[in-house]
Design a protein around this ligand. Structure first.
Ligand code: ADP
Ligand code: MG
Length: 242
């Protein structure tokens, strides 16, 4: 399977709108959630507690979607500076490990010698976090997730390798489409955020998947001329597998 898609213009528009209205929507939602909790606790409404729980759950889901939308729009390109990817991953490791241990999983770092590349620290943290969380969520109970870094030609490669059940051809075709999710509690925005970050780094994301698990690769260019403000909207999320 090979594919390519370009949804970035749509994504950027969506991100700008989200930045404008996200905060404004959140405040009234917080108020509503608070009153729902008060009503849920009333004895005379006890026969409706399931409905209140459902309403609160739905509000939380909407809130999660807004959070991910905001993170689409938050970061700026000029955050990028020469630094080592390994340092960012190491600093993030305790958080990742805590996530993993909740599901009795382990995370192994295999960080090789790599040169510094132009990276936005917050964006890379978000990228790694989103890929790792997807990997962990795909693995069920137990298992090991590996985060690798290595140099390949003119690129520094980040690889997030899980032992999950893989991505179906149907899902592969929709990967990165905002709101595409196969999870009950999913937002379907994690990979869309990743793609946005990858493109701003002039990087490239690929995925390999099969019955043994899935690996997401991100290739960061070692030398890149950011003065050439040619932010390509021809996004390059190639995938292989099956
Ligand atoms: P969410 O995690 O909220 O569902 P994402 O954009 O992060 O949204 O992922 C979209 C979908 O892509 C997931 O619901 C899942 O079906 C699929 N996916 C992403 N990463 C993996 C992975 N490592 N293994 C299996 N499926 C994955
Ligand atoms: Mg996700």
């Amino acid at each position: 399977l090979e594919g390519e898609f370009a949804r970035l213009d749509r994504l950027n528009l969506v991100a700008q709108m989200a930045a404008g209205i996200g905060h404004e929507i959140r405040n009234p939602m917080t108020t509503v959630r608070g009153f729902l909790q008060i009503l849920r606790a009333k004895d005379e409404l006890a026969n409706h507690w399931e409905h209140f729980d459902l309403m609160i759950e739905e509000l939380d889901r909407a809130n999660a979607i807004i959070s991910e939308f905001l993170s689409l729009a938050k970061h700026k390109v000029d955050d990028l500076r020469l630094q080592n990817l390994n340092a960012i991953i190491r600093a993030l490791y305790p958080l990742l490990e805590a996530d993993a241990s909740l599901g009795k999983k382990a995370i192994r770092l295999e960080l090789g010698p790599i040169p510094e590349t132009y990276l936005g620290e917050k964006e890379i943290r978000q990228l790694v976090l989103n890929l790792v969380r997807n990997g962990l969520e795909a693995m069920g109970e137990g298992g090991e997730l590996i985060i690798r870094s290595y140099r390949e030609g003119d690129a520094v490669v980040l690889a997030v390798c899980d032992q999950g059940s893989g991505i179906s051809p149907d899902a592969l075709a929709q990967l990165g489409t905002p709101f595409f999710t196969t999870k009950e509690q999913g937002t379907g925005l994690g990979l869309a955020v990743c793609q946005n970050i990858v493109v701003r780094h002039r990087a490239r994301m690929t995925v390999e998947t099969g019955e043994q698990g899935t690996t997401f690769f991100v290739h960061f260019p070692c030398s890149v001329d950011f003065s050439q403000a040619s932010l390509s909207t021809a996004n390059n999320f190639h995938y292989t597998g099956f």
